[in-house]
Design a binder for this molecule. Structure first.
Ligand code: SF4
Length: 377
């Protein structure tokens, strides 16, 4: 089961708890009047003349006239001030193994509570979560959960971390930031899974409360970003460097889509860039594409393509190269770069065994990057 299936289960209500139905119409959507009454003034924007606002949160830097919304659909200009419409309004709170992010080098096998809302600031044609990311706040059934309540629920459910994921968390920045700050004080780990297009200033502010980040590096190709995701590559590369500069644990995901970003030369270029600019210790996940949303005409990624990509990454010196969305493949496991012994045996996102002791290989004591112990608050 992949994250998409988990999301579907969530939407059906199996993992969604405590929803308030106040303000929902018969289809379970937020009524526009209710959405208008619930909003939080945004951070990281500038006021302009004629009551326009200039959002500084992501690479798009939308200029929004009074009454209008940004490209992400969830930030609205009201009377010359910018507001987030999804603060305290998660589409669901979902409990998964941390590996599902994917995040393989952080407290393996523990329960993670995932927060998401409506919409996105990209428009990926292959989006696996399109039923969430294409919705405005009024179009997605949501719940009322303050940051304090999210943290309480995390503790009550025995989770050790909170992730902001499934849709792009940049667009619910204020909510994510407040949750992370409270969670840090309680000794809970924080992470987010992002498309990597947040602007540097809000990113550095947020990273002070983050323990890990998973970044989608969708392709090493400007044309792919423009044509497939309506986005840009450069901001993502900048984000990756900033995360390393700030010393926050980083993992990278590259979803390989047949015919669109599966050229081995390009993959090699990307792996070399990662090694040269971020370091050979950064875990890289090559994940399998499933036909979805507007790309149902393309096939699943062949196993051989994934294996060739992994082998390319290993040959240029990357130490932790994984294969995801392919349960039971040896590329699901973590191996010691020094003695080559299998350290974490995984089947998809389930951890079967671990031989990492105190952050080191249990056989040769080689130091493995990541977060392996939970300090007391
Ligand atoms: S966060 Fe939304 S409103 Fe702000 S710049 Fe990005 S797309 Fe535009």
């Amino acid at each position: 089961m992949n994250r998409r299936d988990f999301c579907r289960k969530s939407i059906l209500g199996s993992l969604v708890f405590g929803a308030s139905l106040l303000g929902l119409d018969r289809l379970g959507r937020l009524s526009p009047a209710y959405a208008r009454s619930q909003a939080k003034e945004a951070r990281h924007y500038q006021k302009l003349e004629d009551r326009k606002v200039w959002c500084q949160l992501c690479f798009r830097r939308c200029i929004i006239t009074e009454g209008g919304r940004g490209f992400c659909r969830v930030r609205e200009n009201r009377g010359g001030k910018l507001y987030s419409l999804v603060y305290g309004k998660p589409g669901g709170l979902q409990i998964d193994p941390i590996e599902l992010e994917p995040m393989y080098h952080m407290l393996p096998g523990h329960r993670n509570l995932c927060v998401y809302t409506a919409s996105c600031n990209f428009r990926c044609r292959h989006c696996h979560n399109w039923h969430i990311t294409t919705q405005s706040p009024e179009g997605l059934r949501s719940m009322n959960y303050s940051p304090e309540e999210v943290v309480q629920e995390t503790i009550r459910r025995g989770c050790k971390s909170i992730s902001h994921s499934i849709n792009e968390p940049t667009i619910f920045y204020e909510y994510m930031y407040d949750i992370a700050k409270l969670a840090r004080a309680k000794g809970i780990k924080n992470l987010f899974h992002t498309n990597g297009a947040m602007r540097p200033e809000p990113l550095r502010v947020l990273l002070k409360y983050m323990d890990g980040v998973t970044v989608d590096l969708k392709a090493f190709d400007k044309k792919f970003y423009r044509k497939i995701s309506s986005a840009k590559l450069e901001p993502v590369l900048k984000t990756l460097k900033i995360i390393r500069e700030e010393g926050v644990h980083l993992e990278i995901v590259n979803l390989i889509i047949p015919t669109l970003n599966d050229e081995l030369d390009k993959i090699k270029e990307m792996c070399n860039w990662i090694g040269d600019n971020l370091g050979e210790d950064v875990p890289l996940h090559f994940t399998r594409f499933f036909p979805a949303y507007k790309l149902t005409n393309l096939p699943y990624t062949p196993v051989k393509t994934l294996e060739a990509a992994r082998s390319t990454g290993q040959k240029v010196g990357l130490k932790y190269v994984y294969i995801g969305n392919l349960p039971g493949h040896e590329g699901n496991n973590t191996y010691c770069p020094q003695c080559k012994t299998r350290l974490i045996h995984r089947i998809h996102f389930i951890v079967m065994s671990s031989n990492i002791k105190g952050g080191r290989c249990g056989f040769c004591e080689y130091k493995i990057p990541g977060i392996w112990d939970l300090e007391e608050p």
